[in-house]
Design a protein around this ligand. Structure first.
Ligand SMILES: [Zn+2]
Length: 135
């Protein structure tokens, strides 16, 4: 029996669409950030997916750098009162993080699937003095 052919999306495409990294059609998320147990189209088990804190790190770093740069530029150029920053900078940080967290998580899950990333394992060769040349 042969595996069906899937026209898999690239990790970036899967991230932008928040879809299954194998078939590109099924839903990846069950809620806002919770992964579904499996693809509703091709049945891919998402048990392999564990991006951990990676999406939060990339999103906080990327959005934080951009928003802080804009904040600093506005402060240097216009010296607005602090309330202007409170009503612009903080919402920009929060909305920027919320808007990008889901696609970044989907992108990292797709990258894990395509690169077959998983935890490292030690495999025993059976004996400590194993040498295949002696067999
Ligand atoms: Zn799928």
């Amino acid at each position: 029996m042969t595996e069906p052919f899937y026209d898999s999306p690239t990790p970036v495409q899967a991230g932008l669409k928040c879809c299954c990294p194998r078939c590109g059609e099924g839903k990846l998320f069950q809620g806002f950030l919770k992964l579904a147990p499996r693809c509703d189209r091709c049945g891919l088990d998402y048990g392999f997916a564990d991006p951990a804190d990676g999406p939060a790190f990339f999103v906080m770093s990327g959005v934080g750098i951009v928003v802080t740069a804009v904040f600093a530029w506005v402060e240097v150029m216009y010296q607005p009162p602090i309330w202007v920053h409170l009503v612009t900078t903080f919402p920009a940080l929060i909305l920027g993080c919320l808007a990008t967290l889901r696609p970044v998580k989907a992108w990292l899950v797709a990258a894990q699937y395509i690169n077959k990333a998983e935890e490292g394992r030690f495999e025993s060769l059976g004996r400590h003095d194993y040498d295949p040349r002696r067999l």
